[in-house]
Design a protein around this ligand. Structure first.
Ligand code: NBG
Length: 818
């Protein structure tokens, strides 16, 4: 039976009791942190009961389930999310209010678990939310990084990285499950033994190993009593005593094992759309893949005896290439531990694994040097060699005489192990994350593979969960929508369509805009408290928040701000609607160009924000430490959403959808899921600019783009570029921004200059912004555009995405819950 949250009255009592039993304090004397912990336990009580019930039904009904394999789960804070999903948010809020405490302050005590970089990790978290809400059994499998995504401090305009010690105090929403520990082995060598029956036995020796210990986190569905599990793995050394006494006095090895365990799960690599080829990263990948597969097979064999029928109950979805070792490790377990021959093991594996591609960026394609790979995973390497041998035979048979093609497609080539090639070779499904992205995969970046296995390729356009990004982040709008069209949209976002009936209702439009203003005031206060900058909530809030990457073109945005500033200075009389440009972005710690762009944004802000002569027409704000928790408030407050990547480069984007859900109007290129937003919205409710992906791809192919031409024909660009290097924005060190200037214009080497076509799209971007200015001045028209965005957001729920994965790829069984 589903357990409900207690009533407000009961909650008041329970929270007070908890504070007393946990901290031996009266409520009045408790700190906010202590109250948070008490609330977490009260909510946990309900969650745990439902978790138990779900797991019991799981055993009884024996449904097929998905293991979502991902190096990243950017789950964000759980207290608020769990309260919403258990339908007790308002009750807790009221209980706390009755006790004289603001729920926001309490929620703010929770560390924001940032076990992910950006879109890829947040997508995984949204998927788990939707799976539980749709009652599909699922496990998230990942790593319990001790330090998640770093905290960003801005010091003199520069980014500084500070470790994110989210486990400093016990995290209330995780549960260590020591009963499910497994050993994972690295290094050593493989010995063969011929068996009497003619088969060969492979024995792994001389390895180092760690114990993988899982921590389970509950993933609650919305209002259905369903609770799935996110299992994140931590590493610990084999018992020190055992090491010393059983490893034949090999003290060095004991120390090595201990260090291995200590380092393995220490930190998340802070790279988004970029691979750092570090051996430790490969170790992390194998570690969580091996542990997760062992647990999955263990669970399967507890209730079934025919391992050949594993695909009937289990599917492993590989979130990008990071967990591709799933292929070879599953083969190893099936053959070496469970006695299958190659053909049977391959049959099972290729019906259990599927692969999602999340990018076409070349620097994100995972390739491991063969020697590192072989040294670290000797048995796995042997298996990969055999997979590769058979795969190359298959290519030759299908395309006789095309040796070039075999070389291009091989898993082992040029001294490297190509992870995507293995994922596609073994996966029964290969999907992209937006329609355009999937087309580019098929026609350009994975064309060879598409020719070989057209039936594997399919599209699953990304989505987001409306429970977190509207109900929790923007409860005012959420309540208003409930008043207007009921509650159906909470689990069926397509019902937002009903809002179209309000598009000509002046009173509703006004209410809608009043809520936006309230949200802008909330953000303005946050900005004042954190940045000391006073921004006018009545100005246009024009926002770009996402990871900093040159292809996402924050540079285009800030160059345009510099241009606007010039215009306002030159033409003080010009009719300009005051605008606040808001940025938030973390740059990977080693990505110099990206970090310099952050500095540029901050320096431009410092000049503009302090220039009294422009009468507060322009403000530039860089929000420090952009993360899930402040993102929710930022989306709620945005008027304009900047989705301006170079066409073809952003596989999908998901921030674009979160803004749309909150009634911001997009300025964007025809890239990623923007294309589908455009289709849902019609051209009049979105501002599209710039080159198409076909044009970009053609320029890249023909090498015929010269940014100097763009500069020469546009005096505004000339002026802005000269201001990059004349000390305008860096008096003390006029050369500071020279690397940015060179990246755009590098006259020695035009082929590599302005890789992302910033100057090429500049004029068209300026024009689109002029249209936004015009549109915003007509307040009613703008309200209609903004509300249209909410009304047409239905497609972009992760509930829709998950249902498509289930129908086309996973074929899961729904769990029945009373
Ligand atoms: C990112 C893409 C985004 C996309 C997310 C989720 C990687 C490798 N890819 O466009 O850049 O929205 O994945 O699919 O992080």
């Amino acid at each position: 039976m589903k357990r409900q949250m207690p009533s407000t009255k009961e909650l008041e009592r329970e929270i007070k009791d908890r504070v007393k039993s946990m901290f031996r304090k009266d409520f009045e004397d408790a700190t906010e942190e202590e109250i948070y912990r008490a609330c977490a336990e009260v909510v946990n009580d309900v969650v745990i009961d439902n978790w138990l019930t779900t797991q019991k039904e799981f055993v009884k009904q024996d449904p097929k389930c998905v293991y979502y394999m991902s190096m990243e789960f950017l789950i964000g804070r759980l207290l608020g999310n769990n309260m919403i999903n258990m339908r007790g948010y308002t009750e807790v809020m009221d209980a706390l209010a009755n006790l004289g405490v603001d729920i926001n302050l309490i929620e703010d005590q929770e560390p924001d678990p940032a076990l992910g970089n950006g879109g890829l990790g947040r997508l995984a978290a949204c998927f788990l939310d939707s799976l539980a809400t749709l009652q599909y059994p699922a496990y998230g499998c990942g790593i319990r990084y001790h330090y998640g995504m770093f905290k960003q401090k801005i010091n003199d305009g520069f980014q500084e990285e500070v470790p994110d010690d989210w486990l400093q105090t016990r995290y209330p929403f995780e549960l260590q499950r020591s009963e499910y520990e497994f050993e994972v082995k690295f290094g050593g060598w493989v010995r063969y033994e011929n068996q009497p029956d003619g088969s060969t036995k492979y024995i792994h020796e001389g390895y180092n190993s760690v114990i993988a210990t899982p921590y389970d986190m509950p993933i609650t569905g919305f209002d259905n009593g369903m609770v799935n599990t996110l299992m994140i793995w931590d590493a610990k050394p084999k018992e020190v005593f055992r090491l010393a006494s059983f490893e034949r006095g090999d003290y060095n090895k004991a120390v090595e094992d201990m260090n291995l365990a200590r380092n393995l799960t220490e930190v998340l690599y802070p790279n988004d759309n970029h691979i750092q080829g570090k051996e430790l990263r490969l170790k992390q990948q194998y570690f969580f893949v091996s542990a997760s597969l062992q647990r999955a097979i263990d669970k399967y064999l507890r209730y079934h005896n025919d391992i050949m029928r594993l695909p009937e109950k289990v599917v492993f979805q590989m979130n990008d290439t990071h967990p591709t070792l799933t292929v070879a490790e599953l083969m190893r377990l099936l053959m070496d531990e469970h006695g299958l021959g190659w053909d049977d093991a391959w049959e099972v594996t290729t019906h259990c694994v599927a692969y999602t591609n999340h990018t076409i960026m070349a620097e994100a394609l995972e390739k491991w040097p063969e020697d590192i790979f072989k040294g670290l995973l000797p048995r796995i390497y042997m298996i990969v060699e055999e997979i590769n041998r058979r795969f190359c035979e298959e290519i030759k048979a299908k395309f006789p005489g095309d040796d070039e093609k075999v070389h291009r497609m091989a898993i082992l080539a040029d001294g490297q192990v190509k992870m995507a090639h293995m994922a596609i070779c073994a996966g029964f499904s290969v999907n992209g994350v937006a329609a355009l992205h999937t087309e580019i995969l098929k026609n350009v970046s994975l064309h060879d593979f598409y020719e070989m296995y057209p039936e594997k390729f399919n599209n699953k356009t990304n989505g987001i969960t409306q429970r977190r990004f509207l109900m929790h982040g923007n409860y005012k709008l959420s309540d208003w929508v409930i008043k207007k069209i009921g509650r159906g949209w909470i689990t069926d976002l397509s019902q937002m369509e009903k809002l179209t009936m309000l598009l000509d209702d002046k009173k509703s439009l006004q209410q809608f805009m009043d809520i936006k203003l309230e949200n802008k005031k909330r953000l303005a206060k946050y900005i004042f408290d954190h940045n000391g900058i006073a921004v006018d909530p009545n100005s246009i809030f024009d926002v770009q928040v996402k990871r900093l990457h040159e292809y996402k073109r924050q540079l285009l945005n800030i160059l345009h701000v510099m241009y606007l500033y010039n215009q306002i200075k030159e033409h003080p009389e010009m009719d300009f609607y005051p605008t606040t440009f808001i940025f938030g972005a973390k740059a990977s710690a080693g990505y110099e160009n990206a970090k310099l762009i952050i500095k540029l944004i901050n320096n431009v802000g410092a000049v503009i924000n302090n220039d009294k002569s422009i009468d507060n027409k322009l403000k530039v704000v860089f929000i420090e430490d952009y993360r899930v928790s402040n993102a929710e408030w930022i989306f709620a407050a945005a008027d304009v959403s900047e989705q301006i990547s170079t066409a073809s480069k952003e596989a999908s984007g998901t921030g674009n959808m979160k803004f749309m859900l909150n009634g911001a109007v997009t300025i964007g290129t025809m890239d990623g899921a923007n294309v589908e937003m455009y289709q849902e919205l019609g051209g009049e409710n979105i501002f599209i600019f710039g080159m198409s992906s076909d044009e970009v791809i053609a320029h890249e192919k023909n090498h015929d783009y010269n940014p100097v031409d763009e500069m020469n024909k546009n005096p505004h660009i000339q002026k802005v570029l000269s201001q990059l290097v004349n000390g305008n924005y860096s008096i003390d060190n006029p050369e500071l921004f020279r690397p940015i200037y060179n990246s755009l214009l590098n006259t020695q080497c035009t082929e590599r200059a302005d890789t992302y076509f910033v100057l090429k799209d500049f004029a068209s971007y300026c024009e689109a912004h002029e249209k936004i200015q015009e549109a915003y001045k007509d307040r009613e028209k703008w309200a209609r555009m903004a509300l249209s965005n909410v009304a047409h957001v239905g497609k972009f729920s992760s509930d829709r995405t998950i249902q498509e994965y289930v129908d086309d790829i996973w074929h899961l069984d729904k769990l029945e819950l009373k």
